[in-house]
Design a protein around this ligand. Structure first.
Ligand code: PTJ
Length: 252
């Protein structure tokens, strides 16, 4: 892998790009995934490349939803498999969730490559390499799911997701936790809880939030979930992004 100097001001972002390029070369990440990441980076730049308090609120509610779920499933695609494989496996253990590969540009070869990455990072079982059910109201390859995984899940965690599937999941009665840097995307608008943040930062923060909330009163978790207004949270994130358009006073 190429070397990005630690001192480089855009070190983290450049490392993430390298991971995705490697994922592409290894057959796990879609070429289109690299483009999708670039769109996310633009939003992240405007957010100051840090997790906002607004996103933290959504992370806390996501932790509550995962802890309350009977059959939570973490959906993994070609981007998240490279960016946060270890963290997704840890999250799955922390909330007793299943891991399922779900791809827009689905091929069995890619699904297997992603399964291999997750196993290497500690997963014992990965769903979605072979699929056994179809999600209603969806025409893309993402409709292919596992009957014992996403199909029967009550809470699904997604990141870098397509609006169509988010809508199909919500329409089938599931709660969807989405991580999406674009608060205007259809996924952001359709999800039950949207974390407007870089998935690279979100997943470890989510694990910490789960640890904090574990063992808390059911009522407290319910109150957190009930009091959360996703639309308001998205509007607040959008305001923050608008702030990012201001030229720093010091540079004027
Ligand atoms: O691996 P596959 O075949 O399932 O394909 C995955 C991609 C990402 C190619 C596919 O789902 C896709 O085309 O996604 P979209 O429609 O481009 O949506 C991606 C969304 O995620 C956009 O709103 C981006 O702003 C956002 N995004 C990009 N990078 C990140 C991100 N959100 C959070 N963290 C990121 N690092």
């Amino acid at each position: 892998m190429k070397k990005v100097p630690e001192s480089h001001p855009r070190h983290d972002s450049l490392k993430q790009r390298e991971l995705l390029v490697r994922g592409f070369k290894e057959g796990a990440t879609a070429l289109e995934g690299l483009i999708a990441f670039g769109r996310g980076e633009a939003f992240d730049y405007l957010l100051g490349e840090k997790t906002s308090d607004i996103a933290m609120k959504a992370i806390e509610v996501s932790a509550a939803l995962l802890l309350q779920a009977d059959n939570p499933v973490i959906s993994v695609n070609g981007n998240t498999a490279l960016l946060v494989p270890k963290e997704l496996v840890q999250l799955a253990y922390a909330v007793n969730a299943k891991l399922e590969v779900n791809l827009f540009y689905r091929t069995e070869k890619r699904a297997r490559a992603i399964e291999k990455i997750l196993m290497k990072n500690g997963a014992k079982k990965v769903y979605g390499v072979k699929t056994s059910a179809l999600l209603k109201g969806l025409e893309s390859e993402r409709r292919k799911v596992d009957r014992n995984g996403i199909y029967s899940a009550d809470v699904v965690f997604v990141a870098l997701e397509d609006g169509d599937r988010t809508k199909a999941l919500v329409s089938s009665g599931k709660k969807v936790i989405a991580v999406d840097l674009n608060p205007l995307s259809r996924t952001s608008k359709e999800a039950t809880v949207t974390v407007v943040d870089n998935v690279v930062r979100t997943v470890s923060l989510l694990i910490k939030a789960v640890e904090r909330l574990k063992g808390m009163d059911e009522e407290l978790l319910e109150t957190l979930i009930r009091d959360f207004d996703n639309k308001k949270n998205l509007q607040d994130s959008l305001k923050l992004i608008k702030e990012g358009f201001k030229y720093p006073e010091a540079d004027l």
